[in-house]
Ligand binder design. Structure first.
Ligand SMILES: [Zn+2]
Length: 138
């Protein structure tokens, strides 16, 4: 991914600028901005769908890779990736289980020190209709 694509994403998606504003910030025309943004979206989508790390070209022309962490649900076997730096998922997106683990290949033997699952906000939301779960906090 090119640096300007990254910028475009940042302005449009992260900061919520209108394309006109964002284009002005980047010093390009609105049409150009739209094209850059579209390309950026395509690359991000491809990275997500194919589970690839995004490669970002920095000014020096070398690559910076956004590392990802892989999580595996031990209940349903679902595995998915979260960009490094994003919060650890509270529960499985597929089945809301809290029985999640970092993918063993990625976890460089750092031990299970703070794997305590605690309360899972997501699964509380998901299962709030029929939850036995909210009750057992005592
Ligand atoms: Zn699951």
């Amino acid at each position: 991914m090119e640096l300007d694509e990254m910028e475009a994403l940042r302005y449009a998606d992260l900061l919520g600028f209108h394309q006109e504003e964002a284009a002005a910030k980047m010093g390009v025309s609105r049409a150009t901005f739209g094209r850059i943004l579209e390309q950026a979206h395509r690359k991000v989508a491809a990275a997500l769908v194919e589970g690839k790390a995004l490669e970002i070209k920095t000014e020096g022309g070398n690559m910076m890779v956004v590392p990802k962490r892989t999580f595996v649900c031990y209940d349903c076997g679902h595995s998915w990736q979260v960009p490094y730096g994003a919060p650890r998922p509270g529960c499985c997106p597929a089945c809301s289980s809290r029985n999640l683990h970092r993918s063993p290949e990625e976890r460089g033997g750092r031990g299970l020190g703070r794997m305590g699952w605690g309360r899972c906000r997501w699964s509380r939301q998901v299962s709030s209709q029929g939850s036995e779960e909210g009750k057992e906090s005592k």
